[in-house]
Design a protein around this ligand. Structure first.
Ligand code: FSX
Ligand code: SF4
Ligand code: F3S
Length: 386
């Protein structure tokens, strides 16, 4: 589609959203931001960064700003399943709330178990009435993996003993769009790690509807808010990768966007934590960095009010936005070169390591050749179960 056609398509979508009634009597998002000391200039700067993140041309910035301002027109139902609540916490609990978290605080969260005041029967009633009232219009965001089937009793919610699985199925039925927030909801997460005692599965396994996965343990606030903005702007699904992750956020590897990449290419590695190489900010591959096999944009978004991210802090990426990373990416502080190179090049022998292969080969081949394919060949303890 030509850029001008896209611009008018998105403008039309926003005009139709603007005609929708505001869902609650809270102040508008622009006035709340102003109250919180966010200047219009800062807001437009933020919108410019989000525009770039969503891979839109810079002249779309006013549309992205408007989408953010209209984000209180869409009702949102947020369900918690089996997880640590880190996804919600990462977005909302910060000393100096970012624009992303402020927006999140003021969108129309019709139901969010961590944030709402209601409890017990009243909470159950709120969920049912939100689903009924906003049938076909609400965005369903689900955090956490789902103990399913004969194991669904491991997660029951409320007084009727209704399972989390049933809640997720019922809420999915009438949602306009479904986002799995975090690795647990996207792929099962920590509770689904071997031997998965609670039979936990991804949200996409309990509904036939398309689920947009926003993984990360936790995902960055920008990837959560960006997914919402994308839906506000387009009203349709974003381009997705094979794991249903939005390509604008998960299209490149950690390794492709890493500030230590020059050291990798130059063969300069941290050999052990605390050594000279570590002090010089060398590449963390030999101390276990899984950035070459992990698709995410952490170096751009960072965490803790955009202060830092794992590799900047001095530890390798552990692959937290990949399916089954607890089982496939360990040990977290050792390289997996043996498995990878054994897979990609066949004849290197099962115990070939980054050291034996040598820096030359590491550098020439670029570790990530067919990274997805290679990861799928990693030994996964789950396979032993079958
Ligand atoms: Fe925790 Fe969310 Fe990890 Fe899972 O995040 S940060 S265990 S992805 O579901 O709360
Ligand atoms: Fe960065 Fe890790 Fe790649 Fe090294 S291996 S360049 S630390 S992503
Ligand atoms: Fe997770 Fe790796 Fe980013 S561990 S937070 S995907 S750097």
């Amino acid at each position: 589609m030509k850029t001008t056609d896209l611009f008018s398509k998105l403008s039309k979508r926003l005009s139709s959203l603007e005609r929708l009634k505001k869902l609650d009597d809270k102040k508008s998002i622009p006035s709340i931001l102003e109250e919180k000391g966010v200047s219009r200039r800062d807001f437009m700067k933020w919108a410019g960064a989000m525009t770039a993140m969503l891979a839109l041309p810079a002249n779309f910035t006013p549309l992205v700003a408007k989408a953010a301002e209209l984000s209180d027109r869409l009702p949102i139902i947020w369900l918690h399943m089996a997880e640590c609540t880190g996804c919600s916490e990462s977005l909302l609990r910060t000393d100096a709330p970012t624009i992303d978290s402020l927006i999140f605080d003021y969108i129309s969260l019709e139901y969010h178990e961590t944030l709402m005041a209601a409890a017990g029967w009243q909470a159950e009633h709120n969920l049912e009435s939100a689903i009924e009232k906003y049938k076909g219009q609400y965005i369903l965001m689900v955090e956490g993996g789902i103990p399913a089937g004969e194991n669904s009793h491991f997660l029951t919610i409320g007084g009727h003993g209704k399972t989390g699985e049933q809640n997720a199925i019922d809420a999915s039925e009438n949602a306009a769009a479904i986002f799995a927030i975090g690795t647990c909801s996207s792929f099962g997460g920590v509770q689904a790690a071997f031997p998965n005692p609670t039979g936990t599965v991804a949200l996409s396994k309990v509904t036939d509807k398309t689920v947009i996965n926003v993984p990360g343990c936790p995902p960055s606030e920008k990837n959560i808010v960006g997914t919402l903005l994308h839906y506000l702007l387009y009203g349709t699904l974003p381009a997705l990768d094979v794991y249903n992750r939005p390509k604008w956020a998960y299209g490149l590897r950690i390794h492709d966007l890493c500030e230590r990449r020059g050291h990798f290419d130059a063969g300069e590695f941290v050999e052990e934590f605390g050594d000279e190489g570590a002090k010089k900010g060398y590449c963390l591959y030999k101390v276990g960095c899984k950035g070459p096999y992990t698709f995410n944009n952490c170096s751009k978004n960072k965490f803790n009010s955009h202060m830092s991210w794992p590799i900047q802090a001095g530890h390798g990426c552990i692959g937290c936005s990949e399916p089954d990373f607890w089982d496939t990416m360990g040990p977290f502080e050792e390289p997996v070169a043996d498995r990878l190179y054994n897979t990609v090049f066949g004849g290197l022998g099962a115990d070939a390591t980054a050291d034996r292969i040598g820096v030359g080969l590491l550098t020439v081949t670029g570790i990530g050749i067919a990274a997805h394919a290679a990861i799928s060949k990693f030994k996964n303890p789950k396979e032993d179960e079958e």
